[in-house]
Design a protein around this ligand. Structure first.
Ligand code: MRU
Length: 367
């Protein structure tokens, strides 16, 4: 079941965030939203790698899917060369060297590669790659749907919920992580209101979360990133739900920059702080000190990007001409600030995550 319905030329149409047709990967262009709804077509693994790096597609599970499909493209392209193994390795490294923090990208690429290794002919390699990528995507959609159902149980009628960044269906293949419980609650008839952190500097909250909530007719307000504490103190926020890019076994959560601050202020005000996360985002192989936090261009801080009154895309500098900026894309929230994790396997306290520790093969959802 596809979740997203968008009105185009007066007609409702169903979409997923990303999908593959033959050797072409198609994705909703997230750099154009909320102004334009456009599909970006990536014809080879180079373009898919660039789309991940430039955030045409973004959000942990969505870039996992992009990595999986990109590996299918890389496999197809490598069969046309004289050195399949060497070429595939090179192409896959290009996909991996795009964004370092979200673990889904690496899990998905390695899963497809593991399957390709079982083949012996061009046809087998391509078929194995395609089947595994489709399976990853199918599991991802199922996981997000289950997260929505489990998370809905935590939401009471009338709840006001804060979210940070965009962890809706645009960040996944479908449904979303942090927004999935809100969608299920709303569809089951509960009144909910969402406080949307604008999420500087890329404004995923103001641009993407707000747009998603509008498609679903859920009441919301965008707030400046530094306003959440004010509303928490006034008891206007009942709960916080965020997504994650990588969760380590000690329950530390790597997510969009600013998440840590929200978690600390939520704890100070006795407000529950939930992290909605599929199993594919759990990383039991490294410790939190080993997580690589992506540093993006300072220009993302120095300029704002939007559309002017003539509907032309525009970049405007907001700082003195000689200013430099620092731009870490993620931060790490220690487990003591997290109430529970909402997963496709149920709801777990941070100290219960160890229970989910499985070998990769056992992590596959039973759909
Ligand atoms: O830099 P982005 O936009 O890819 O960061 C995305 C986030 O931090 C999301 O909150 C996270 O991926 C969870 S999405 C389901």
């Amino acid at each position: 079941v596809t979740y997203l319905r968008v009105k185009i030329d007066g007609k409702m149409k169903d979409f997923r965030t990303i999908w593959m047709e033959n050797s072409v990967v198609k994705m909703i262009d997230q750099t154009k939203l909320p102004y334009k709804f456009e599909i970006f077509t990536s014809k080879d693994h180079h373009e898919t790698a660039r789309a991940i790096k430039n955030m045409v597609v973004r959000g942990a599970p969505a870039i996992g899917a992009a990595g999986a499909y990109g590996t299918v493209q890389a496999t197809i392209e490598a069969t046309k060369t004289s050195s399949f193994d060497k070429t595939l390795k090179k192409y896959v490294n290009e996909l991996k060297n795009t964004r370092p923090t979200a673990v889904d990208l690496f899990h998905a690429i390695d899963r497809v590669l593991d399957q390709v290794r079982n083949g012996t002919t061009n046809g087998e390699w391509i078929e194995l790659a395609r089947n595994e990528a489709d399976e990853i995507v199918r599991e991802s959609v199922y996981a997000c749907k289950r997260i929505g159902e489990y998370g809905n149980k935590l939401i009471k009628n009338g709840y006001k919920i804060l979210t940070h960044c965009n962890a809706g269906w645009l960040a996944c293949v479908d449904w979303g992580t942090a927004l999935a419980p809100i969608y299920v609650a709303h569809r089951s008839g509960k009144d909910v209101f969402v406080f949307v952190d604008e999420t500087r500097p890329r404004l995923q909250g103001a641009k993407l979360t707000a747009w998603e909530l509008e498609q679903e007719c859920i009441p919301y307000a965008i707030i400046a990133d530094n306003a959440a504490g004010y509303y928490m103190q006034k008891r206007e926020i009942d709960m916080v739900i965020v997504g994650a890019d990588r969760v380590t076994v000690d329950g530390s959560v790597t997510n969009k920059i600013g998440t840590y601050e929200k978690a600390v202020v939520a704890k100070e005000n006795g407000i529950p702080f939930y992290v909605a996360v599929p199993m594919s985002t759990l990383d039991f192989d490294i410790t939190r000190d080993e997580i690589k936090i992506e540093e993006r261009s300072g220009n993302e801080v120095l300029y704002v990007y939007g559309i002017n009154h003539r509907e032309k895309f525009n970049e405007v500098r907001i700082a003195p001409s000689k200013s430099k900026a620092l731009n870490p894309a993620f931060d790490i929230t220690p487990s003591e600030f997290i109430t529970s994790f909402i997963t496709e396997k149920g709801i777990f306290k941070p100290n219960e995550l160890k229970k989910l520790k499985r070998k990769k093969s056992e992590m596959i959802s039973t759909c």
